[in-house]
Design a protein around this ligand. Structure first.
Ligand code: HSE
Length: 435
């Protein structure tokens, strides 16, 4: 059994987890890969006391790993996009395969990186970049290869999901829960990536390309974070039979592809609504298989390492039969990628949850209702809360039927201009997720 020689760059959480999995499961990994996976070189700016690197060459300059002729597969776990891109491209030019957990790198520069890899006859694998240990890339590229993917919707940021779960279950405020998520090590180095939806957008854009066979288009994702959500809205949503989740949604419709990350009300009886804490899940609707759900740990040392090692095993298996490139990076051959138009948000249709603070006096409700009617928006449900003691204002919560965002924008602007309305209208999209 020939060993496969691996170089790992980055000895943080995922690097350390990868060494652990390769060591602890060495025997069964070798049996599955039909080769022993041997880490021969590690590149890290500093030691990590949690990592046992005895017997492994260690370089402070990570580029030494890309230059090492012994290394056949370079594992990029340093994060960021500038140095990481240089490193990955250097490895490709040196004829090495690459495994990465770097979602930003793939989402933003994947088109160029995959093209370079194709030119040089090597592969770039990235299962660990999306939803940690959940084998969603494998599912989309291989398990669902017979399907036309209609849409997918995912809870793909564990930090955001942890925050929303705590707000709902314990009535805690946003800032307080974020501080705990940071202390627990779930959040990105810059936690705005988690709470503003950028991390989820990175992952969504890769999922959409895999699902629909289109080039990566990170700049076209509509991204809305969870920083404005209040426990009040989380509570009202519950009363209406909905859970608020921060979803990444990719949908093919007649005019193109919807690509959006935003807080979303989903029916509380869906399995996806039960995905709590730092867990991730992706619901994928294929035209043959119907709905399928992929659930698991979306972050953490060992779950993410599980995905890194799965990619290493796949590559080693291909070495065994003397081939590479069996599965194209984005599921279809590069020549078959299609530039699908992205649907402008003004045309995206969903039901809406709208909350406004109104003066509790005759005629207000009918004026609001007539604005909706003038914009062609149909009301599905409406709740008016009793005023607090001594208050003249009440909360009015409106659930609409499906309406284009453009019409809702107009209606909201007209409502906000009424002198019987106080402040802004809170708006959150609803997704029935029933196809
Ligand atoms: N910060 C990310 C999350 C880590 O919370 O999901 C995994 O990508």
């Amino acid at each position: 059994m020939n060993p496969v020689k691996i170089g790992i760059c980055g000895l943080g959480t995922v690097g350390s987890g990868t060494l652990t999995v390769l060591r602890d499961n060495a025997e069964l990994i070798a049996a599955r890969a039909h080769a022993s996976l041997q880490v021969v070189h590690v590149g890290a700016r500093r030691d990590n006391p949690a990592c046992d690197v005895s017997g492994i060459r260690v370089s402070r300059d990570i580029f030494e790993v890309a230059r090492d002729p012994e290394v056949e597969i370079l594992v990029e776990l340093i994060g960021g996009t500038t140095v990481a891109r240089e490193l990955v491209e250097m490895a490709i030019l040196a004829g090495k395969h690459v495994v990465t957990a770097n979602k930003a790198l793939i989402a933003e520069f994947g088109n160029e990186i995959f093209a370079l890899a194709d030119e040089h006859g090597v592969e770039v694998r990235y299962e660990a970049a999306i939803a940690g240990g959940i084998p969603i890339v494998k599912a989309l590229r291989e398990g669902l290869a017979g399907n036309r993917i209609e849409w997918l919707a995912g809870i793909i940021n564990g930090t955001g999901n942890f925050i929303l779960t705590e707000m709902r279950d314990k009535g805690r405020e946003f800032a307080d829960v974020l501080a705990e998520a940071q202390a627990l090590g779930y959040a990105e180095a810059d936690p705005t990536f988690d709470v503003e939806g950028i991390d989820a957008a990175h992952k969504l854009v890769i999922l959409a390309s895999l699902a629909f066979g289109m080039p990566l288009q990170f700049d076209d994702v509509y991204t809305e974070g969870i920083t404005e959500l209040t426990t009040q809205d989380v509570g009202y949503a519950l009363e209406l039979g909905y859970i608020i989740k921060h979803l990444g949604i990719a949908k093919q419709n007649g005019s193109g592809v919807e690509l959006r990350v935003h807080p979303t009300l989903i029916p509380d009886d869906l399995l996806l609504a039960d995905v709590d804490g730092v867990k991730n899940a992706i619901l994928v609707e294929g035209n043959a298989v119907g709905p399928t759900l992929y659930y698991g740990a979306g972050a953490g040392a060992l779950p993410t390492a599980s995905a890194v090692v799965a990619d290493l095993v796949d590559l080693a298996r291909d070495f065994g039969v003397g081939q590479s490139g069996r599965v194209p990076a984005l599921a279809v051959a590069r020549s078959s990628l299609r530039d699908l138009p992205i649907v402008p948000m003004s045309q995206v249709q969903t039901p809406w949850y709208l909350r406004m603070e109104v003066e509790d006096k005759p005629g207000v409700l009918s004026r609001v209702a007539s604005i909706f009617s003038e914009q062609g928006i149909s009301i599905e449900a409406l709740i008016q809360k009793a005023p607090e003691q001594g208050q003249t204002r009440v909360s009015l919560i409106v659930l609409t039927n499906k309406a284009p965002q453009g019409s809702v924008d107009t209606a909201v602007a007209l409502i906000e201009a009424l002198d019987t309305i106080n402040g802004k209208v809170t708006r959150i999209r609803v997704e029935p997720l029933d196809g």
